[in-house]
Design a protein around this ligand. Structure first.
Ligand SMILES: Nc1ncnc2c1ncn2[C@@H]1O[C@H](COP(=O)(O)OP(=O)(O)OP(=O)(O)O)[C@@H](O)[C@H]1O
Ligand SMILES: [Mg+2]
Length: 314
């Protein structure tokens, strides 16, 4: 939802974008009628412009870390994702955007095999991590989830566990008990998420759930990176946070991309523009558009994308 988006940018470039562009053939059946009903008036367009001034230039030539090919996903008989084909380059952030119910959470849950924990859930197609199929029969899903971590919308520290125990929970599950090593991981990861100075005196005295919402989310990110993942999935990681905590997490996301491949669902267009290198737009389970964030926001190929990011529906 784009309400409250800061205004900036150049109206003319949006005007230019509207001309000579149709809806791609793959998407015709779901969008043409709706798009024709939603022509944007100039004054509306001005009021929902996204500030694209902070979008970074994307480094080119990076290796693809995660590749998705022909992905179809079902809950029982109901298909919710259709033939997705997208790649995520290493050390980059991709924002997944789209209206509620379009399949964003389902999609990222297929990327670390969390989806299959839902009864009746089924996946067809291929997801490659460093070129290896994570759905191959010999692959252990637990190891996949260690390499591809997840941060959820609502901070979910383990209840009744201290801050320290929350951070090392995944390592203890791997039977790692070396206290010197665990101490080092706790300090390092809490420093990465900017929480160390705030909690270092209370590591074993305070529970994770005693922290503020923003601190809890940073703790959950520390917990996710403690097991040394290579990819971090985030499902609306700031949706339940206040604006100041949101900005702290966004800064952290930008830092994380220096080391990890980050794939983050967001409803906040301004956030997608602020933090991501690439943007993927899903609608009704279909991939409408994917590309560099600057291109998607300033020169979307599909009219439906423009209607969504300018807040015509959501
Ligand atoms: N456990 C489930 N069983 C059956 N259908 C489901 C289940 N979870 C999600 N769905 C359906 O799958 C579709 C995609 O849902 P999903 O939660 O992935 O959407 P979303 O884009 O993340 O939405 P939101 O922005 O509201 O979080 C929806 O139609 C939803 O009703
Ligand atoms: Mg969701």
């Amino acid at each position: 939802m784009v309400g409250g988006v800061q205004m900036a940018g150049n109206v003319d470039q949006w005007g230019a974008n509207l001309s000579g562009r149709g809806v791609g053939s793959d998407n015709q059946n779901i969008s043409v009628k709706e798009v024709s009903k939603m022509s944007i008036r100039e004054e509306d367009r001005m009021s929902v412009r996204i500030d694209t001034s902070q979008i970074k230039e994307v480094e080119t030539g990076k290796r693809q870390k995660v590749e998705v090919r022909g992905l179809n996903v079902y809950y029982g008989e109901k298909q919710v994702l259709y033939d997705l084909n997208v790649s995520f380059p290493e050390r980059s952030i991709t924002a997944i955007i789209g209206p509620s119910g379009c399949g964003k959470s389902t999609f990222i849950r297929t990327l670390n095999r969390l989806h299959e924990l839902t009864e009746g859930a089924r996946v067809e197609g291929t997801v490659l991590l460093d070129g290896h199929d994570i759905y191959a029969p010999e692959v252990n899903p637990v190891l996949v989830r260690r390499k591809i971590g997840m941060v959820f919308q609502k901070p979910n520290p383990f209840p009744n566990m201290t801050i320290y125990d929350n951070v090392v929970a995944g390592l203890k599950l791997q039977n790692i008990r070396d206290t010197e090593f665990l101490d080092e991981v706790v300090e390092r990861t809490l420093r990465v998420v900017g929480l160390w100075d705030e909690v270092c005196d209370d590591l074993k005295g305070k529970r994770g759930t005693d922290l503020s919402g923003g601190q809890q989310q940073r703790l959950c990110i520390a917990r996710a990176i403690a097991v040394e993942p290579e990819v971090i999935l985030m499902d609306e990681p700031t949706a339940s946070l206040d604006p100041q905590s949101t900005l702290i997490i966004e800064d952290l996301m930008r830092d994380l991309r220096k080391r990890y491949t980050v794939i983050a669902v967001t409803h906040n267009m301004q956030q997608a523009a602020r933090v991501s290198d690439f943007t993927m737009f899903l609608y009704n389970g279909k991939q409408i558009e994917h590309g560099r964030t600057r291109d998607v926001f300033e020169r979307p190929k599909e009219e439906l994308t423009e209607h969504y990011i300018t807040g015509r529906f959501g």
